[in-house]
Every structure is written in structure tokens, then in C-alpha cells.
Write a protein that binds this ligand. Structure first.
Ligand SMILES: [Zn+2]
Ligand SMILES: [Zn+2]
Ligand SMILES: [Zn+2]
Ligand SMILES: [Zn+2]
Length: 258
């Protein structure tokens, strides 16, 4: 962008700021008798123009509306360092997954456990290492064996895993007649598809169930991942065949780069 274009964009953003709520206006943009603009949310709460006390018109500012749909807006985390410029349509979507935005702890977000911590994406790992020591393991290799104890219907298990120098959050659950294993990558959403995971179990007779899937993003909803069948899913009756005599489920897992 040239200096002139950048200056013009700033000028336009100033024009698009609603004088009442200070948010950027999106169509419909309302007008008063003297040509002042107002967002429609504020318009319905006011009797007359907040700038000149003039009456409102029933017409909209179509030329400003059309500029509003084309201009590039900064992310709301601009003060925290986000430099993204996006259209009004895409900026809201970006903001929900912006690395500079406040994020919830994955234990709260994915497993609904009680943790009120919030912080930027790059500080999640440090928080998990410090505050969830009992449910966080560091693994030199992405390949490991472990056990789920006393597996039964409606049971949920979870663990944070630090491997390949990244933080992953694994959720295992039994729901209805299926067993689910999902690995969430806790980092920028666009990097989640760079990893895959494999979940393998064996019966005493040596039958093996081994399935793999692409890692899910921490920004995805865990219930959607399960409901839409995106994660590893095995019939619960097959999983039961792999139980030890104590009802434990030994399994092998591998998280790897694609
Ligand atoms: Zn407003
Ligand atoms: Zn006015
Ligand atoms: Zn952002
Ligand atoms: Zn936490």
C-alpha cells in the first residue's frame, strides 16, 4: 500500500467509526437530517442525532456502506501486536482465532474442567506446564504407549502432551456405542493440519485396530469434531475386546508431522 492509499484507508476508518459506540459501522448505516452517520444499533436507541440533535432520515448512506464492505479493517488486537488487515466479513472470523487474542485454557475449553486462566496463544503452553502438571506429559518422541484405566460408557479422559516442540491436547471419550480419540493442536489454526495422529489397540488374540486422522485445531469445537466423525472413532464393542482383565485399555499413539 502506498502512503496515500494508507492515509485514505485511515481517513475512511475514521469516517466509519460510529460517534456513539465507537465501533466500525456496517450496513445499514443511518443518516440524520444534516448528513451525520450512525450505526443501526445506536440508531434504534436514540430519538435524535447525538451530534446535531437533528431528526433522523429514513434513508441510508449507500456510498459509505459500499466503501465499508470493501475497506480493510484492523484486527481488534492491533494494540497487542496483530497486524492483520481484513474485510469486515472476515475480520470477525479471524478475531476468534487471533493468536494475540485472549484464549481459554485447553482444559477448560475442550474438557470443561475448572480453570479460569486466559492468555494469548503463545502463553498457553507455559500455563499448562505450570498449572496442569498432573495432566501434562512431555514426550521426546511422538510415539508412545499408555493406558486408560477403568474404561466405561460416558467416561472422558484427557491429557496435554508436549512433543515435537508443540503442545497437543488429547481427548478420549466413550459416547453411545463408540469410542473417540481426538488430538487438538494448540497453536495457530493454520498449523493444525501439519500434524496427524494414530491410535492403535490390540485384542489378546492379536487383532489390531489402528486408525489415524489429521490433528484438529484447538479453535475447533470438540463436540463438532466428534459429531462430524472427524476424529478417530472405533465401535465400543471392538474397544471392549482390547480391555485387560481389570477393564483397562492399553494403547499406542503416535503424533507426527505430515
Ligand atoms: Zn453505534
Ligand atoms: Zn446530525
Ligand atoms: Zn488478529
Ligand atoms: Zn488451565
Amino acid at each position: 500500500m502506498t502512503d496515500m492509499q494508507e492515509g485514505l484507508r485511515h481517513r475512511l476508518l475514521q469516517e466509519l467509526e460510529c460517534p456513539v459506540c465507537m465501533e466500525y459501522m456496517v450496513p445499514p448505516i443511518m443518516l440524520c437530517n444534516n448528513g451525520h452517520n450512525l450505526c443501526c444499533n445506536c440508531r434504534v436507541t436514540l430519538e435524535k442525532c447525538p451530534i446535531c440533535s437533528g431528526p433522523f432520515l429514513k434513508v441510508r448512506n449507500l456510498s459509505l456502506e459500499s466503501l465499508a464492505t470493501e475497506t480493510l479493517y484492523p484486527c481488534r488486537n492491533i494494540q497487542r501486536g496483530c497486524t492483520k488487515l481484513l474485510t469486515k466479513m472476515t475480520v470477525k472470523c479471524h478475531e476468534t482465532e487471533c493468536a494475540f487474542d485472549n484464549q481459554k485454557c485447553p482444559f477448560a475449553k475442550i474438557s470443561n474442567t475448572r480453570c479460569n486462566w486466559v492468555g494469548s496463544l503463545d502463553t498457553v503452553r507455559r500455563h499448562v506446564e505450570r498449572n496442569h502438571k498432573g495432566s501434562c506429559v512431555q514426550r521426546v518422541s511422538g510415539k508412545f504407549k499408555t493406558v486408560l484405566h477403568n474404561v466405561s460408557r460416558s467416561q472422558r479422559y484427557y491429557q496435554a502432551i508436549i512433543t515435537l516442540d508443540d503442545l497437543f491436547y488429547v481427548s478420549w471419550r466413550v459416547h453411545s456405542d463408540a469410542f473417540y480419540c481426538a488430538v487438538f493442536y494448540v497453536g495457530p489454526q493454520e498449523n493444525a493440519s501439519e500434524f496427524k495422529y494414530r491410535f492403535s489397540i490390540s485384542t489378546k488374540d492379536g487383532d489390531c485396530y489402528s486408525l489415524s486422522a489429521v490433528s484438529h485445531s484447538y479453535f475447533e469445537n470438540v463436540n463438532d469434531v466428534v459429531r462430524q466423525g472427524k476424529c478417530v472413532t472405533i465401535d465400543y464393542s471392538d474397544v471392549q475386546r482390547c480391555f485387560t482383565d481389570n477393564g483397562d485399555l492399553p494403547f499406542r499413539m503416535e503424533i507426527s508431522q505430515i
